[in-house]
Design a binder for this molecule. Structure first.
Ligand SMILES: C[S@@+](CC[C@H](N)C(=O)[O-])C[C@H]1O[C@@H](n2cnc3c(N)ncnc32)[C@H](O)[C@@H]1O
Length: 346
């Protein structure tokens, strides 16, 4: 079944019947089949939905939509800008502003950007979110506890993703790393206290293959590699923003690593001596522990014999019981008033 936001778009599907459209971060691939325009493109920042879409030149997985001619629109029909874009309201208003700026540079002057989201998602600030690119904003529909807004883009706009990247020097114990953030990335611009607990308690010596699972900005992996330059580091995340920032963070610290887009461990084919993680507790804008439940059940297959998992999480979460079902040797190696750091050896 379609999400409530997609149902609102289907109620208004005549808007999208004509012209060249791009849909940004739909929560499910089925929306493309539910509309009467086979030429609508998908721009995805989440690998799980991108993977559900047909493998053709109509879907792009990327941190930002390239403004100049791309492989996508070269293989498509032309390099013309879009008539319109539809952005699904993301979790943070900063990410919404980033996507609006990106799309304003991709639609033609006189085109429209639609923003659809649940009423509790912050969409009611649409006027403020569009302020830099449009003063002509209308509410088009309201249903299923969602709203649909439209902004007319009267002028042409430019967009450079580099203007949105922020670097932050982060120090833990005696080590300093320069970490890259984009709007919408987990805990943008700061070190999350749970990740800090993990980094403070990293083993003095790491060796072999190390995975930073759900890497976000890449902060945990960068600290691990900075203190242990001989490790073979892999970082994985479902988010294109995370993939982009992790690559920049590695470069900023002169570190080597392989960054993989993956929903859970699906694309992680190697086995590791150590897996480090501050795992996710959100899917889209909803709190959701299912990704981490699945990760915990599968992680033993990603560990080499005697491999170690270090996982940091809120103390109230029932992860220890789930971990013990498949890896019995669990210990709590550090804690704060909010978080526990668990260590398990295979
Ligand atoms: C709690 S954050 C930790 C980020 C980073 N390790 C840090 O310490 O700042 C969790 C990360 O999980 C990622 N994530 C969410 N769902 C995921 C999934 N299905 N598969 C892989 N990663 C996912 C999010 O994009 C986010 O970057």
């Amino acid at each position: 079944m379609l999400s409530p936001t997609s149902q609102v778009l289907v109620r208004n599907k005549e808007i999208f019947e004509q012209g060249k459209w791009v849909f940004v971060n739909p929560p499910e691939a089925d929306i493309f089949a539910a509309l009467d325009n086979p030429d609508i493109l998908g721009f995805h920042q989440f690998y799980d939905v991108f993977q559900q879409c047909p493998k053709n030149n109509k879907h792009l997985f990327s941190a930002h939509y390239p403004v100049v001619a791309t492989a996508l629109n070269k293989q498509g029909s032309n390099n013309e800008p879009f008539d319109g874009a539809v952005i699904y309201m993301p979790k943070s208003k900063e990410q919404a502003a980033f996507l609006i700026a990106n799309m304003a540079a991709c639609v033609k002057a006189g085109g429209n950007i639609y923003l659809v989201g649940e009423n509790k998602s912050g969409i009611k600030s649409a006027d403020k979110l569009f302020a830099k690119v449009s003063q002509r904003i209308n509410k088009i529909d309201s249903a299923r506890h969602c709203s649909l807004y439209c902004a007319l883009i009267e002028d042409s706009h430019s967009f450079d993703v580099e203007n949105f990247v922020q670097y932050k020097e982060i120090q833990v114990n005696n080590t300093q790393c320069k970490i890259a953030f984009l709007p919408g990335i987990f805990n943008a611009g700061a070190l999350d206290p749970a990740s800090k607990l993990l980094i403070e308690n990293l083993p003095e010596k790491l060796s072999g293959k190390v995975l930073d699972f759900a890497c976000g900005s890449g902060v945990i992996g960068c600290f691990a590699a900075k203190n242990n330059p001989e490790i073979t580091l892999t970082l994985s995340d479902v988010s294109a923003l995370a993939i982009y920032c992790s690559q920049l963070s590695l470069e900023a610290n002169n570190l080597k690593g392989t960054v993989i887009a993956s929903n859970g461990l699906a694309e992680v084919s190697h086995k590791f001596d150590t897996v480090l993680t501050n795992p996710p507790f959100h899917t889209g804008i909803k709190t959701d522990y299912s990704v981490t439940d699945k990760f915990i059940k599968e992680v033993k297959f990603a560990l080499l014999p005697k491999g170690t998992l270090m996982l940091v999480a809120n103390r109230f979460l029932p992860y220890p019981d789930i971990i013990k079902d498949s890896l019995p040797t669990l210990s709590t190696v550090a804690q704060t008033s909010k978080f526990n750091l668990y260590r398990v050896q295979k």
